[in-house]
Design a protein around this ligand. Structure first.
Ligand code: FAD
Length: 497
């Protein structure tokens, strides 16, 4: 039987990110994934948040994603509300999804629009040999020393792999979730949705609205949300309120465009929004991450980004335990820190879903110029009132905190505020891969922390900022402690008894 420190069930974005995080700390893993290649025609998530981009920067992958993303961050940060792609503009919202944070003091990276398969492909490249495709997890048996995982190939061949720990990133129908006896709790939206990916040569050139990352079509006859997948001719579209059995994808594309354009349907994907949270995230040695643990409506672009946060949280903790600088109790804090954030994200995304294109659409918008101008101000006001927070959610994206976690000191837990130390150099770039102490190197607390780290075998980087108070920073860039006397701070941050 082969042996691996961590087996990851599922090589979607979250499973791959977990493997990258483990590798960042020198820990080997095996990602078991049935899909041989990424699914280019199911683009799903398009927004990589500013926080996920900071984490990609930490892995050295942010530049790669930007270089290969079809829509450069400078291309647009706007959402435009229209009667159709070729029709009239109602209003627009700028600064969407943190795409405007280029060079900002708020974040080390702006957000980036990129189709999910591109993110997955870049993560697959980073994971390298740790990815085993063509296989899936069929079951697992946990004991005091490890987990025996049964994997099955596409041809029905069976093997067993012995792992110290398992991270279940196997999505909504997670085998791992079932294996640890956890259950999703929550609800699903009543409205069906129908996604289309289509090619429409020349459509962009005819469109009067200019660059935007989202075009919201507020036509009551066919409301929807549409955007460009690339700067060639490929588009994605969510048609809201359309049942798969009634869907005529070509007609949908014509309605959204507002004309009988030339269109080639590349893929369709019916889906229903779900607000689901696993009742628990872990057993002793098996942890759930990403959609296996939580699902939220896509509005606001949080789904996969929340999963990347899970991956980093469980990844550094498992690495600390496996590398021998934390007790196993550290991994029990994963659920306490991440589950409340998923619960908040689900509620925020559900609130975003309360007002979509069907609710904003008004028949008057489709009338003559006089009728349009009569209803336009009220519709524009409703858009700005109800949609602002969906496109501007930095409180959730950058502001989530682990305050109240048993391993952070009172008043700590938030993401270390980023700042530029030199042109292009974020404070984050100076942090170590283990813990870091940021502040005046001459403060007595620094020597005490160095001594505590030496005793515990914890990697500790000192980031000297003369004259500044001391901050103890975790490997995930969250603040574990602040103050003058750090006695016991590192022990607490690592869940030592
Ligand atoms: C139609 C649609 C539109 C969406 N739009 C957005 C959006 O705009 N923004 C956003 O943030 N999110 C969006 N999402 C959600 C986003 O796609 C998910 O949150 C994200 O994919 C979660 O990543 P994951 O790795 O946790 O799970 P998944 O991407 O589901 O990956 C799970 C992986 O596990 C594999 N797997 C399954 N079973 C097994 C098994 N037994 N053993 C091993 N592997 C297994 C699967 O092949 C898959 O690769 C959308 C989702 C859908 C369905």
């Amino acid at each position: 039987m082969s042996m691996v420190p961590v087996l990851i069930a599922g090589g979607g974005p979250v499973g791959l990110a977990t493997a990258v995080e483990l590798a960042h700390h020198g820990v080997r893993s095996l990602v078991v994934e049935p899909r041989e290649t990424v699914s280019w025609l199911r683009p799903r998530a398009k927004t990589t948040s500013a926080r996920s981009m900071e984490l990609l920067r930490r892995w050295g992958l942010a530049e790669t994603l930007r270089a290969r993303a079809p829509l450069a961050v400078s291309w647009s940060d706007e959402a435009v509300f229209v009667t159709s792609l070729l029709g009239r503009e109602i209003t627009r919202i700028g600064g969407c999804f943190g795409l405007d944070l280029v060079g900002s003091d708020l974040a080390a990276e702006p957000g980036q629009q990129a189709p999910q398969p591109l993110v997955e492909e870049i993560l697959r490249e980073a994971v390298g040999d740790a990815l085993l495709t063509g296989w899936q997890v069929a079951g697992l048996r946990e004991d005091a020393e490890g987990v025996t995982v049964r994997i099955v190939s596409g041809d029905g061949e069976e093997r067993e792999v012995r792992a110290g720990y398992v991270v279940g990133c196997d999505g909504p129908r997670s085998v791992t979730r079932a294996a640890i006896g956890a259950r999703y709790e929550g609800r699903q939206d009543a409205r069906p949705n129908f996604n289309i990916v289509f090619r429409a040569p020349g459509l962009a050139e005819r469109m009067p609205h200019g660059p935007a990352v989202h075009y919201w079509v507020l036509n009551p006859a066919q409301p929807g949300l549409v955007g460009r997948l690339d700067l060639k001719d490929t588009w994605w579209c969510i048609a809201q309120g359309v049942r798969a059995e009634d869907a005529d994808p070509v007609r949908l594309a014509h309605n959204i465009a507002g004309a009988e354009i030339d269109v080639e349907i590349l893929a369709t994907d019916p889906w229903t929004a779900r607000m689901l949270l696993a009742d628990r995230y872990a057993s002793e040695r098996v942890f759930l991450a990403g959609d296996a643990a939580h699902q939220n409506p896509p509005y606001g672009g949080h789904g996969f980004n929340t999963g990347i946060g899970d991956a980093v949280n469980i990844g550094w903790k498992l690495a600390a335990v496996i590398n021998g600088w934390a007790p196993a109790a550290l991994t029990a804090t994963y659920e306490a820190e991440r589950r409340p954030i998923a619960a908040d994200t689900i509620e925020a995304a559900a609130a975003n879903m309360a007002t979509l294109a069907p609710e904003l659409a008004d028949p008057g918008l489709m009338g003559d110029e006089a009728e349009f101008e009569k209803v336009r101000p009220a519709v524009a006001e409703a858009v700005l009132r109800t949609k602002h927070s969906e496109f501007h959610s930095l409180d959730l994206v950058l502001g989530y905190t682990y305050a109240g976690s048993p391993i952070v000191a009172d008043g700590a837990g938030e993401r270390l505020p980023h700042r530029w130390l030199a042109p292009g150099e974020s404070l984050y770039d100076r942090l170590g891969r283990g813990f870091s102490v940021v502040g005046d190197r001459r403060a007595p607390g620094v020597a005490a922390l160095i001594e505590e780290a030496r005793e515990l075998g914890v990697p500790l980087q000192v980031v000297d900022l003369p004259g500044e108070p001391l901050t103890l920073v975790r490997p995930d860039q969250h603040v574990a402690w602040r103050g003058e006397d750090p006695a016991g701070a590192l022990r607490r941050a690592l869940a030592h008894a």
